[in-house]
Structures are given as C-alpha cells and as structure tokens.
Design a protein around this ligand. Sequence first.
Ligand code: PLP
Length: 392
Amino acid sequence: MDYSYLFNKAVRGMQPSGIRKYFDLLEGYEDVITLGVGQPDASVPPVVRAAAVGAITDGYVPYTANAGLFSLREAVCGYLSRRFSLCYCPESETLITVGGSEAIDLMLRAVLNPGDEIIVPEPTFVCYTPLAELCGAVCIPVTLRAEDRFRLTPEALKKALSPRTKLLVLPFPTNPTGGIMTHDDLVKIADVLDGTDVLVLSDEVYAELTFSGHHVSPASIPGMRERTVVIGSASKAFAMTGMRIGFAVGPEPLIDAMTRIHQYGIMSAPTTAQIAAVSAFNNCDADIDAMRLSYDRRRCLMLGGFAAMGMPCYPPDATFYLFPDITASGLTSEVFCDRLMEEGRVAVVPGTAFGASGEGFVRICCAYAEENLREALNRIAAFWRKVTERAA
Ligand SMILES: Cc1ncc(COP(=O)(O)O)c(C=O)c1O
C-alpha cells in the first residue's frame, strides 16, 4: 500500500523537526556532551511533587472539566495577575491545555482558514508554521536580526502585513535567540495593528526566564488585549516539561472556540498533572527566582567562554539558550553541527532548524551542569580554532 497518497497534503510536505535529528544522532556516539535539548535541568519543586503523589495516593484521577480544574484556572489567573499584571476570568477566559504546545495548535485551528496569512517572526520555535499549514494557512516569515536584538520592528511588521493577514505570532521571549520585546517595542507593534482585525498569538512560555528587567506581555499594552491570546506553560517555569500542563487566556469568544476543539480532541488535561500545577502556580514563586538565577549564572559562563574564543554571540535577554554566530567558520550551520558532533563530541542544534534565517547561527542550551558546560566550552574552543584558522 502506498500510504503517501492517503495522507493529508500538508502532512506529505511536513518535515521532521530539525531539533529531533540531533537527539536521534546522539544514539550513535559515545562521549558526546549534549547542549541540544531545550529543557530545564532543575528539579521539580518539592510541593509540586508532593501534590502529584498525593493525588495518586488518594486515587483521584477522574476526568476534569474540559477547561481544566477550576482551582487550576484560578491559580493560573492569580499567578498572571501577581507576576505580569494580567487580569483574566477563570470561568470564561481561561483554558488548561496539554502543554503550551496544545494551546498553540488550538488557537491556530480555531481561527485559520485556507488562504489566511500568518506572520511568523524567525528564527523561532519550530511548531507554528507546520501547524498553521495543516489549516491551509500561508506563513509569512519575518527575519529577526541580531542588530535589532532579535526583536520585531514595526517596519518589518508593516512590510509583512496584507489584507489576508489573520494572525501575528509574537514568540517572545524567543527560543532560540533569547530575544524579548520591551514595553516600548510592543507599543509600536500595537500602533501598527491598530485599526486592523489581526489577532495575536503570544507565546510566553519563557516569560519567567527574563534576565533584563521584567517580562512584558503584549496583552498588557492598550488596544492589544482584545486581539491577543496569551499562551503559557508550567514546563519551563517550574521544570515540569513531562507533566504537560499549559494554558491559554484571552477574550471569551476565542477561548470558547479553542475549548470546543479541546473538548473533542483531548477532553481534559491529565488530572494528576493539573493538581500538581495548582501547587506550582500558587506556591512556587521563590523556586522560579532560584531557577532564573542559576540559568543566568550559566548564561554568563557561556558568554564569557564564547568571548574568550572569539565567537560572536549576542547576549540573550531571556531563556536558557545562546545563539552564537558561526559564520567566521565558513561552514553552514548544519555542517558546523555535524562536524562539531563528529570531531568535538558536542551536540548543538543548527540555527536553520528554527527557520531559514537561522543560517549562520547555532543554538546552544545552557541548562546543563556547569562542569559539562566548562568541558563543552573547551571542546568548542578547540573546534572553533581549527575551523576559523582554516577559513582565514
Ligand atoms: C517557544 C516555545 N513555545 C512552546 C513550547 C512548548 O512547550 P510545552 O508544550 O512543554 O509547554 C516550547 C518548547 O520548547 C517552546 O520553546
């Protein structure tokens, strides 16, 4: 049977994630230090673990309301108000999802029709374009540049807008660049959108990992709340990636549409994880602050190492990623990563895994033990010397 003809046309063209390739490659190598996987290395806060264990011990594992446990929706709204000055109603404007990933998929499916355009600033996390294409939407990439601190400029947005634009993705803080948008940057974006019906998907799963000042949500800018769905997650803030709890908050009609899809596709997020997340959103502000400090220390260690070896790297304002510029090696991002793995035994991800505009960069995650980071820096420095001497 030739299955390829049976697939949805958008699935036929869907490429596997460029990040996944580097996880899979690790299998064939020994003694590789991986700085590829983007997940926290902190341990889950003890109160979160205790809440999950308590739910299992009590045998409390029913389905919950489709929108999620009310106590969790309340906890999420309290957390957003406390930490980001956002005000949402737990009854009608909040949906608990299976990770931020499901919330992204739901928003795209709730609003996109074939032929709609969606503006995606790149380099960025890998899921928006393939999921939007499943809806028949057309993705318009906008390149974020190091000289703009990887921020979206109003000029670039204006150029990308068309009468067919349905949705703008604001993926800030950004994986892989660590770029953020300040209050003033967002006001300029709001001005460009003023008078349009363009919706905004604001992916804020890294909001808690902002090092330069406090994260500002686009929904807090005048005129933006009515067009914006804020997507967040327990994954990065509380080191709960495998528990798969995320959320969407936004205007009631949008959350209602997303909840209808979620109701048929998922029913409800896993109950044990929801109970654990109540504890996380209510009780773990101090854990977040400790994790942020520890990522910041390692971010500085890596930046110092890159500076010493002469590898240019824009200092990320957020996330646990660094996005050094490898063009001086004369290698493409992919060849650089393949050779660094082969010759230096360090696994990092090519910038092109995050869009064509990631060419000339690699993504390095610093959420690893400091001794591994130090050894990785030694190996990268030796490789960098070799390839840059040859290129000169
Ligand atoms: C920018 C961004 N958004 C969303 C996600 C999805 O996170 P989760 O589904 O674990 O909440 C990730 C995961 O790495 C990410 O980097």
